[in-house]
Ligand binder design. Structure first.
Ligand SMILES: N[C@@H](CCC[C@H](N)C(=O)O)C(=O)O
Length: 324
């Protein structure tokens, strides 16, 4: 029997970043990577991340969250997914201020008419924090390039850790570069011992950045909240922008404020409830577990066509009423 069989799920998205919330607080169990990969198949429940909720470990927090990519690997941060679990918890409990715990630290969230704000913590810049394979003094621009050696198409990214590792390349036009081709090579470059999320960023003005992201363990996505945070911080460090910027991703806009008083990064944006249901053995791979989406190069749709998906409500704006 699949470990997650019969568990309730809630499908949500944050700016089109496809999120599955698994509330495992009542009966905690680890998400088996092979079941995550099976679930992510295009005809089942394609997602970018699972946000798995476990019993809180500290007083005053709602849950300990573990973040699982659709290749079954785990990440320390997911900005869009955190807004989703904040909305989920608000629907369940009626509270609009809450704190989650994660392997990277506390995540304080607040819900307001202008959006859901998550305190993503303090960014780290040391080469061993990213981490990089060896000592680098200045992580605002590291020695790394992609494309032909004699005429690289990408070079000298900034690197930042915001709970997960990011490399940001500054470009004139994010659409002019084939990130689906270069992303896998850069994600797995030996300079990144834990791999990295790879971003192309165009600085439009001191208040505006356009961003496209190849996510570690996933591929191209419509939005990546932690990449938006990492990029905003990297741009401010280089003097390309101020500390408050709007970051435009394929899925929409996030406002990032790298707060001067304590260096915490505040990310504000939307999240949406889509539908909920229960996981079945077939969804979790049954007897055989085929590979996940090839290369993750396609942008996933918002609604799977899987005939056996036991969705209990059509996609809608309402809040989930407690799937746990
Ligand atoms: N979609 C996320 C980032 C998810 C984690 C990333 N793929 C990693 O492995 O670090 C976001 O919104 O931040």
């Amino acid at each position: 029997m699949a470990a997650l069989e019969n568990r309730p799920f809630v499908k949500m998205n944050g700016l089109g970043n496809e999120i599955v919330v698994l509330d495992l607080r009542d009966a905690p169990l680890a998400v088996p990577p092979e079941e995550a990969r099976a679930l992510a198949r295009p005809d089942v429940l394609p997602f970018d991340q699972i946000m798995a909720l476990y019993p809180p470990q500290s007083e005053g927090t709602r849950a300990f969250v573990r973040i699982i990519n659709n290749d079954g690997s785990e990440s320390g941060a997911c900005g869009n997914g955190t807004r989703c679990i904040a909305l989920y918890e608000a629907g369940r409990t009626g509270t609009d201020h809450m704190v989650f715990e994660s392997v990277a630290g506390p995540l304080a969230c607040s819900i307001a008419p202008e959006g859901i704000t998550v305190d993503m913590g303090v960014p780290r810049f040391g080469w061993h924090d990213i981490p990089l394979a060896g000592p680098v003094m200045d992580t605002r621009a590291i020695e790394l390039q992609a494309g032909p050696a004699e005429s690289p198409v990408l070079r000298a990214p900034a690197v930042v850790n915001v709970g997960n590792p990011h490399a940001i390349f500054w470009v004139e036009d994010v659409e002019a570069i084939d990130l689906a081709r270069l992303g896998p090579e850069l994600e797995h470059h030996p300079i990144f011992p834990e791999r990295a999320n790879i971003s192309l960023a165009r600085v439009v003005s001191p208040e505006h950045i356009v961003l496209k992201v190849w996510e570690r363990g996933v591929g191209l996505t419509r939005a990546c909240g932690s990449a938006a945070c990492a990029t905003a911080v990297a741009a401010a460090r280089l003097g390309l922008t101020g500390r408050r910027v709007t970051v435009t991703l394929p899925g929409g806009d996030l406002v990032i404020d790298w707060r001067e008083s304590d260096d915490h990064i505040l990310m504000t944006g939307p999240a949406e409830f889509e539908f909920d249901g229960r996981l079945t053995a077939t969804m979790l791979g049954g007897a055989e577990l085929p590979a996940t989406r090839p290369g993750g190069a396609e942008l996933p749709g918002t609604r799977p066509g899987g005939a056996e998906l036991p969705a209990t409500r059509p996609g809608g704006a309402e809040l989930p009423s407690g799937a746990a």
